[in-house]
Design a protein around this ligand. Structure first.
Ligand code: 5AD
Ligand code: SF4
Length: 481
């Protein structure tokens, strides 16, 4: 979907910053030039948004972004290490870059694998010149200057920071929906998770700066914002305003031009009633909560150091279900955590039945370096993990099929963000974050909010027709005619 988006930079002051990506297929591959960079991103939305900020930082310093490795003088690889497979991918990709150093290209590894593996990356891939974790991105310009000056092994690996990554410029990929980080790092120390090691301690951004950035985004035409954080609802305003997370959501929903406010990921422990009250009172706050459970067994949750029981979690679900607005709930589940018995896995299956999630992201447990779970006894063999994962996914498929079918005949407001190849066919998202494919003869719906009557569904999305002028339909924006 990403390739249909324009390039946006949040600076009108310098027209050079709005230059399109060069070196695209149409232009052919240019000879390697200094001052050009290619940036590839793996991993979560936080990583995607970090890459947008890194790109902004480089563009603001006169670098030009290109779409191919061949056309680039500098290759940046923003990495993910949440599971072993993701980290392995980094080294196999770096293997492909072997030999590029001889062509005068500089290679930099950024993100979680950089932070986790540190200088060992230079040993495994000596053609890499720079290794930099996310907590050191503010130093990137000076680190890159060292690389450009010929330094061989440059590192930015400090993790003990109270700084957040503020940039004067961000190159956003989507012209209508913007990511905005409100809290970085994580203090939760779940037993399986590398994030506290790779992204450092929790740091919340000043609410004044967040709202200032949001107003600027609205001025640039963005109508939807997604607040990001590993534990977004653990937000703790460092400014004198001391805004609560729910107050920040309300303030964001009141910014003129902002029609949708999303947030992810919420930690169950910090999911408090005032968040649902804010959602009920402000239509612009999207009716979707991503609330990772990880397991349905209290014993496993305790071993995971998740700081809530199955019952505590289900109370949070009741809170969401009791709200006035019908709210979609999605979750993350890990199967095969060390010591997870067959009965404990059944508890997770029964959690799916109890909650009837609108979406589940499920993973086989993967041991990560430095984490307490890595040395726990009771490893579950891979084939058993696969079996549990398949059972879980099968159950969720059945639950989703039933839920989605029930929407036939209902109307949804859809923010259109893409055009399908088929004639008159578009897709977008509802406030509750369902993917909706719709038919409409309208010549250009991109970025628009339209009213859609649901006519059917696929395994993961809704199908519908664009309806104009339907009474009773609540639209955040004036409806298109
Ligand atoms: N193994 C498997 N899944 C993991 N996650 C985090 N760490 C691990 C791990 N070591 C999953 C969790 C988290 C999501 C982003 O990734 O479910 O919520
Ligand atoms: Fe990892 Fe737990 Fe923090 Fe989420 S809350 S980022 S799973 S340590």
């Amino acid at each position: 979907m990403g390739n249909t988006f324009d390039i946006r930079l949040e600076s009108l002051a310098n027209p050079a910053l709005r230059a399109p990506v060069a070196g695209s297929a149409e232009q052919g591959s240019a000879a390697p030039t200094r001052g050009t960079f290619y940036l590839e991103t793996f991993g979560c939305q936080m990583n995607e948004h970090d890459s947008e900020k890194v790109a902004g930082l480089l563009l603001a310093r006169g670098y030009q972004q290109v779409e191919t490795v061949e056309a680039a003088g500098l290759i940046l690889y923003n990495t993910c290490s949440i599971r072993e497979k993701a980290a392995q991918k980094v080294f196999s990709r770096l293997g492909e870059y072997r030999g590029l150093k001889g062509d005068g290209k500089k290679i930099a590894v950024l993100g979680c694998v950089a932070q986790q593996e540190g200088e060992d990356i230079f040993t495994r891939a000596p053609w890499v010149s720079l290794v930099c974790g996310s907590a050191s991105y503010r130093k990137l310009p000076e680190l890159l200057a060292q690389v450009e000056a010929g330094a061989q092994r440059v590192t930015g690996l400090d993790n003990d920071t109270d700084e957040t990554f503020e940039t004067e410029m961000t190159r956003r990929d989507n012209p209508w929906r913007a990511y905005l980080t409100i809290i970085e790092g994580c203090d939760k120390s779940c037993a399986y998770c590398v994030v506290p090691f790779t992204r450092g301690p929790e740091r919340s951004r000043d609410s004044n700066r967040i709202l200032q950035e949001l107003k600027q985004l609205a001025d640039f035409g963005y109508s939807e914002v997604q607040f990001l954080g590993q534990t977004v609802n653990s937000y703790s305003d460092p400014s004198a305003r001391k805004m609560k997370f729910s107050e920040l959501l309300i303030a964001a929903a009141q910014v003129p031009g902002i029609l949708r406010v999303r947030f992810t990921t919420s930690h169950p422990r910090d999911f408090t009633p005032d968040i649902m009250e804010a959602m009920d009172a402000h239509q612009a706050i999207c009716n979707h909560v991503h609330l990772p459970a990880q397991s349905g067994s209290t014993r496993v949750l305790r071993a995971m150091q998740r700081s809530y029981s199955r019952e505590d979690y289900l109370e949070k679900i009741s809170l969401i279900r009791a709200a006035k607005r019908r709210t979609a709930i999605t979750t993350d589940i890990i199967v095969g955590f060390p010591g997870e018995t067959a009965a404990e896995f059944d508890d997770t299956l029964s959690l799916l039945d109890a909650v009837k999630y609108d979406g589940v992201y499920s993973f086989k447990y993967s041991p990560r370096p430095n984490t307490p779970a890595a040395t726990m006894a009771g490893a579950i063999p891979d084939d058993e993990q696969s079996r549990r994962l398949a059972l879980l996914q099968e159950k969720q498929r059945a639950i989703q099929a039933e839920t989605l079918q029930r929407f036939t005949g209902e109307n949804f407001e859809v923010h259109v963000d893409g055009k399908s190849k088929k004639e008159n066919s578009w897709y977008g998202h509802s406030s509750c974050n369902r993917v909706v494919s719709l038919n409409s003869p309208h010549p250009d719906l991109l970025g628009k909010y339209v009213n859609v009557r649901v006519t059917g569904c696929t395994a993961n999305s809704l199908l519908g027709e664009h309806v104009v002028g339907v009474s009773g339909a609540v639209l955040a924006a004036p409806e298109l005619d």
